[in-house]
Each structure stands twice: as structure tokens, then as C-alpha cells.
Design a protein around this ligand. Structure first.
Ligand SMILES: *[C@@H]1O[C@H](CO)[C@@H](O)[C@H](O)[C@H]1NC(C)=O
Ligand SMILES: *[C@@H]1O[C@H](CO)[C@@H](O)[C@H](O)[C@H]1NC(C)=O
Ligand SMILES: *[C@@H]1O[C@H](CO)[C@@H](O)[C@H](O)[C@H]1NC(C)=O
Ligand SMILES: *[C@@H]1O[C@H](CO)[C@@H](O)[C@H](O)[C@H]1NC(C)=O
Ligand SMILES: *[C@@H]1O[C@H](CO)[C@@H](O)[C@H](O)[C@H]1NC(C)=O
Ligand SMILES: *[C@@H]1O[C@H](CO)[C@@H](O)[C@H](O)[C@H]1NC(C)=O
Ligand SMILES: [Zn+2]
Length: 571
């Protein structure tokens, strides 16, 4: 019970009722007295002059990349601890004011040298959380057919390969946008964006930068240069590919984002980060959306449900089972394969439900029996015999769970048809369960109470997290927990401050979480995605006929309409 000093009460089955009463009196919403975060002991030795110089350089780079420091200013040594605290706030780190290992690791990474224009509001904001979102430069392109050309190439790899990489990098952005970006031809009157390679000297550690010249409102054709530092070896096309996508983001009018997983975060970790909804939201704000924003991929009045099977972040590779599935009233299950074709993976009128996670798909029959599908084309394995007590099944992490009419939750043992019961507060029927990536099992009970148990769910391991008759649904995404209340508000459990925080109050009727994403469907049928910034949701669809939404861990979204039509978000 180290984490929850507040409002969470250990609940052994025998004395649950009294615990529930107690939690009601200290209901978690809202509280003005969050427990302070413990401060870890600093790990770096402040006496090292070499360290201090390097740390100061890193802090300056960080500040300039976010527009927190005027170009000609430096941070005085005495002000460094406060500056470090400001960075720690963005990094979600304890604010110790001490430059630690994590900062050193992150700031030693390849980085972009583009400096953001000084933003006084942001720079002087001390004590409150800086806004965690994309930042727009201001000016944008005033035409929709944009051109680019290379001023010169690096000698590190063939120019045709450089052209292919840059062209693919532009496509990363234009796939969501109602604009085109093409290589300039001899006939083009003007080239908008120039690409060049330049040696920047030993003291410059940035991999690339983009300089931006605008007439105030519009980016100026021919004056936008993406410059790659030719002192680095660009033979590593992983680094080249990612750097190009990031710099192109600047050339479209984006500054650095404070969302660490976004393309526009200024540090690279040597992997190719996929386009993040924060990046998409940013360019959509500037250039609008493709019309239509959704592409229909199936239309069958019999389609009852869609399910996305997505390998968890802890698994090393994606599985051949991963992907989108639909379930029809005839009992048929179809998989949307990588070629964009629906392939039948089963067709049995007894099938009542499908679920899946982490490279495995499951189905439940009307008689309560349960089947598992782990290899495309292979036979379904029967892992649960007929049982009148089975209500439904839920796949999460590498587990499959069933909710039972006797009020218990059980999980498959991994062999034969043996299931292990997970003890829970007695006489409390489970209304819904949800399981995080690290297998923490959250259980919404019929009373509205929310309890949770951590893997491996030892007896008596349930903790009461909330007691509120208004709780109607729960969702998890990664390790985050959310609940929906009967008044239509969506509430997030802030595990750092130990508080419930209302993140939406707009008539939600359903929530769906996956990885870092949370979706909310409103009474009016519209579908929204949480941006991670308080009170800020992005509308994905405004139609009144949405019947369900699912997503994957990279931000792709599919919607099921009441008519049975299935669509994919393209913009
Ligand atoms: C330098 O700082 C790092 C952390 O940033 C720390 O691990 C290391 O011990 C420090 N070295 C000296 C000599 O202070
Ligand atoms: C400056 O920063 C604030 C707070 O982060 C932000 O709301 C505002 O849009 C920024 N201004 C400009 C011109 O980017
Ligand atoms: C590319 O052109 C720039 C001038 O824009 C020059 O400084 C640089 O040395 C050239 N790079 C190569 C590889 O020729
Ligand atoms: C962009 O690159 C061209 C060619 O190297 C150069 O002439 C021009 O000055 C650069 N523009 C800016 C704003 O750096
Ligand atoms: C980089 O982009 C090129 C061109 O699209 C592609 O062929 C190559 O596989 C990419 N490299 C990596 C590591 O993804
Ligand atoms: C799993 O995540 C929960 C938050 O949902 C956290 O409280 C718990 O400590 C995590 N458990 C492990 C084993 O990481
Ligand atoms: Zn940048």
C-alpha cells in the first residue's frame, strides 16, 4: 500500500462492507489535499565541474527548443535548479531541481536544433504545469500544392535513396491532410521548401534544423530551408527517416510539442516514432481535414461488433492475429487482413461474442463455452466447457477472463479447460472488468463500487478504489484508469496526485481505452478522442449513428455505425 496513502482501503472479503462505508465518507472526488510526492535522493554529484558545464548546455538547449529563453540570454548558474524543475515538470519527473540520470539520458540523444520563438507566457510560467500539447509556429502555407527540392545531397548515400526517404517523410504528413507536397519540376514557378546538407562544425550537436521565414501570416516560398548536419553519417536511414519527418513538421508550421511520444518532441531515441494524434491535431488545426475524414471498409447490416486485437507494449513483436475483426449476427467472424480484404476466420451460429488481445482472439458460444484462436488458419482450441454461469469474456494483456453470474471473475489457467477463480467482495456482481497492460484487474461492481486486484490476484487482494453509485462504466488504457458516471462525465484516476479528475463533462455514453488513447462517444452519437490536455478533446466524428469505436496502440481508429457500416479514420 505504498502508493495509495489516500482513500484506498485494503479489502479482505470478510470486512468489505465496513470498508465501503468508510470510503464513501472520503470519496475521492474532488480532494484539495493530494499527498505530496516523495522526493528521491539526487543521484548526480554536483561537485563535478565537467558535469555542470554539460548539464548547463543541455538545459539551455532544452529551453531554447521550447521557446523558454530569448536567443541572446543565458541561465545563471544560481537559476539552474529552478530551470531543471521546470524541465522535470514537462518530463513528469519529481521536481528535485537536480539534473538526474533520466535527464542526462534523454538530453544526450540526437536532437533537433530548431529553436522555438520566445514565448513569454510559457517562459515565465512557474509553478503550474506547462501546457502539454503541440505548439504552432503561427504562419502557414497559403496554397495547397506545395513543392520541395534538394539544394544538395549528402555523400553518405545515393541521391535516389535520399529522394525516396524525403518523399516518404512528406507522405507521412500529407496522408492526413487536404494538401499535396511534390518535388518541384522545371516547370514549377517556385520551390517552397529547400533541403540541404551542411557541415555545422564540431560544437554543433544538433542533427538538423529548419529555419522559417514568413511574411507574418504565410510561410515564404523559397525561404524555408531544412538543413541536415552533414557532420553526421546519414547512412543510418532510420535516423534520416525520422529526422526528415520531424523537420518537415517544422516546414509546415509546427514548433516543438511537449508530448514526449510525438514526432515534434525535439529529442529522438533512435527509433522511428509513429505519427502521434498530437502531431495530427496540430496539422489539422492549420490545414483542416481530408474530406471525407472516414473511409468505409465494409457495409453489412448484420455486423454487430468490431474488435481490435493489439499486441501489448510488453510483447516484443506484433502477431499475425493482430488486427481488426468484425462479428456478424450470423455468428461469422471476419478479419481485415493487411491487404485490406475481409477474411472469414470462423462461421458458427452458436457464437455469441468475440474478444481479443495480445495476438489471440477468443469467442464465447451461447452455451458459455469458450474458444481460442492464436494462429491464422489454425483450428480454434476449446478452453472452456459449456457453463450457464458465464456472462461474458474479456481478453487483456496475455490473459482471458470471464465474468460469472455467481459474482466471481475467473481467468483461464493456460491449460485445458481449467479456470482459476479470482476471489472478490461477496454478493457483489461484477458489472464490467478492465485490465491494464501490467494485468491490474479493475472491477466495477453492481453497486457502483470499483475494486482492483494486482497480478497474480492473491486471495483478499482486492482494494476498494471508489464507492459511487453513479459509476456506470470503466476503461483502461496502458496503465491509466478511467470511469464513466451516469451524469455523462468521464473521470480519470490521477495516480500521481491520488485524485479523481473530471476530464470531460459533455454527455458521454461510452468510453474505450487502448494504449495511451481514450475515446468517448456522446449521447448525440459523436466520437471524441482525449488529447491528454485537460478539457481538450478532438472530435473525430460528428455523425449521430455511431454504434462503437475501437482503436489500436498507434492511434488508428475504426467506427461501427448503427447501419452495420465499418469505417476507418483517414484524416
Ligand atoms: C555526472 O552526472 C551523472 C548524472 O547525470 C552522474 O551519474 C555521474 O555520477 C556524475 N559524475 C560526476 C563525476 O559527478
Ligand atoms: C505561448 O504559450 C502559451 C502557453 O503555453 C500558449 O497558450 C500560447 O499559444 C503560446 N503563444 C504562442 C504565440 O505560441
Ligand atoms: C550545400 O549547400 C550549402 C549552402 O546552402 C553549403 O554550405 C553546403 O556545404 C553544401 N553541402 C554540400 C554537401 O555540398
Ligand atoms: C536557404 O538555402 C539557400 C541555399 O543554400 C541559401 O541561399 C539561403 O540563404 C537559405 N535561406 C535561409 C533563410 O537560410
Ligand atoms: C526509410 O525510408 C525508406 C523510404 O521510404 C524505406 O525504404 C526504408 O525502409 C526506411 N527505413 C527504415 C529503417 O524504416
Ligand atoms: C500496474 O499499474 C498500476 C496502475 O494502474 C500500478 O498501481 C501498479 O503498481 C502497477 N503494477 C506493476 C507490477 O507494475
Ligand atoms: Zn525540431
Amino acid at each position: 500500500m505504498k502508493v495509495f496513502g489516500f482513500g484506498l482501503i485494503f479489502c479482505a472479503v470478510a470486512h468489505c462492507q465496513s470498508s465501503i462505508v468508510q470510503t464513501r465518507t472520503i470519496a475521492l472526488i474532488p480532494s484539495a489535499n493530494p499527498t505530496p510526492t516523495p522526493i528521491p535522493t539526487p543521484s548526480s554529484d554536483p561537485s563535478s565541474q565537467h558535469n555542470r558545464t554539460r548539464q548547463s548546455k543541455h538545459v539551455h538547449e532544452f529551453f531554447k527548443s521550447f521557446g523558454w529563453l530569448q536567443r541572446d540570454r543565458t541561465i545563471k548558474d544560481g537559476d539552474l535548479p529552478a530551470a531543471i524543475k521546470k524541465i522535470q515538470k514537462v518530463l513528469n519527473e519529481p521536481e528535485t531541481g537536480v539534473y538526474d540520470e533520466r535527464m542526462e539520458t534523454m538530453m544526450s540523444r540526437p536532437r533537433c536544433g530548431t529553436e522555438q520563438p520566445y514565448n513569454e507566457t510559457d517562459a515565465t510560467l512557474i509553478g503550474t504545469a506547462p501546457h502539454k500539447r503541440y505548439v504552432l509556429w503561427g504562419p502557414k502555407w497559403d496554397h495547397t500544392s506545395i513543392t520541395y527540392s534538394f539544394i544538395n545531397y549528402t555523400g553518405d548515400l545515393p541521391s535516389s535513396r535520399q529522394q525516396a526517404i524525403v518523399s516518404a517523410a512528406f507522405a507521412q504528413w500529407t496522408q492526413f491532410l487536404p494538401i499535396s507536397i511534390t518535388p518541384a519540376t522545371a516547370a514549377s514557378s517556385k520551390t517552397d521548401i529547400h533541403i540541404r546538407f551542411m557541415s555545422m562544425g564540431a560544437s554543433e550537436s544538433a542533427y538538423a534544423f529548419t529555419n522559417m521565414i514568413a511574411d507574418g501570416l504565410s510561410l515564404s516560398s523559397g525561404l524555408i530551408n531544412i538543413t541536415f548536419n552533414d557532420d553526421y553519417n546519414w547512412l543510418d536511414d532510420r535516423m534520416f527517416n525520422f529526422t526528415a519527418v520531424h523537420e518537415i513538421g517544422h516546414s509546415l508550421g509546427l514548433s516543438h510539442s511537449k508530448v514526449e511520444n510525438s514526432i515534434m518532441w525535439p529529442y529522438y531515441e533512435g527509433i522511428i516514432r509513429p505519427m502521434h494524434p498530437d502531431d495530427q491535431a496540430a496539422v489539422h488545426t492549420i490545414y483542416g481535414w481530408k474530406n471525407p475524414r472516414w473511409k468505409s471498409i465494409d457495409a453489412n447490416a448484420g455486423t454487430k461488433a468490431i474488435v481490435h486485437v493489439s499486441s501489448s507494449t510488453t510483447s516484443t513483436s506484433s502477431s499475425a492475429i493482430d488486427g481488426l475483426y468484425q462479428f456478424r449476427s450470423t455468428g461469422q467472424i471476419l478479419w481485415y487482413n493487411t491487404a485490406g480484404t475481409w477474411v472469414s476466420v470462423d462461421n458458427n451460429k452458436d457464437t455469441a461474442q468475440i474478444t481479443g488481445a495480445n495476438g489471440v482472439l477468443y469467442q464465447r458460444h451461447t452455451d458459455g463455452s469458450i474458444y481460442r484462436y492464436a494462429t491464422q488458419g489454425a483450428a480454434w482450441q476449446n478452453i472452456g466447457g459449456p457453463s450457464e454461469s458465464t456472462i461474458d469474456i474479456v481478453a487483456a494483456a496475455d490473459q482471458i477472463y470471464q465474468r460469472r453470474k455467481d459474482g466471481w471473475v475467473a481467468r483461464w489457467s493456460g491449460t485445458g479447460q481449467t479456470w482459476t477463480a479470482i476471489e472478490q467482495p461477496s454478493a457483489q456482481i461484477s458489472k464490467q472488468i478492465a485490465v491494464t497492460d501490467n494485468k491490474t484487474l479493475w472491477n466495477l461492481l453492481s453497486s457502483g463500487d470499483v475494486v482492483r486486484s494486482e497480478w497474480p490476484y492473491s486471495n483478499g487482494g482486492w482494494q476498494i478504489v471508489d464507492a459511487n453509485a453513479a459509476n456506470v462504466a470503466i476503461a483502461v488504457g496502458g496503465e491509466e484508469f478511467y470511469k464513466l458516471q451516469s451524469d455523462g462525465s468521464v473521470v480519470w484516476l490521477d495516480l500521481t496526485a491520488y485524485l479523481w479528475r473530471i476530464i470531460e463533462n459533455a454527455g458521454s455514453v461510452a468510453i474505450h481505452g487502448i494504449g495511451i488513447y481514450l475515446y468517448s462517444r456522446h449521447k448525440d452519437g459523436s466520437v471524441w478522442r482525449y488529447t491528454g490536455t485537460p478539457d481538450t478533446w478532438e472530435q473525430l466524428d460528428g455523425v449521430a449513428s455511431s454504434a462503437g469505436v475501437v482503436g489500436d496502440r498507434k492511434g488508428a481508429v475504426w467506427e461501427l455505425l448503427a447501419s452495420g457500416e465499418v469505417s476507418r479514420l483517414v484524416s
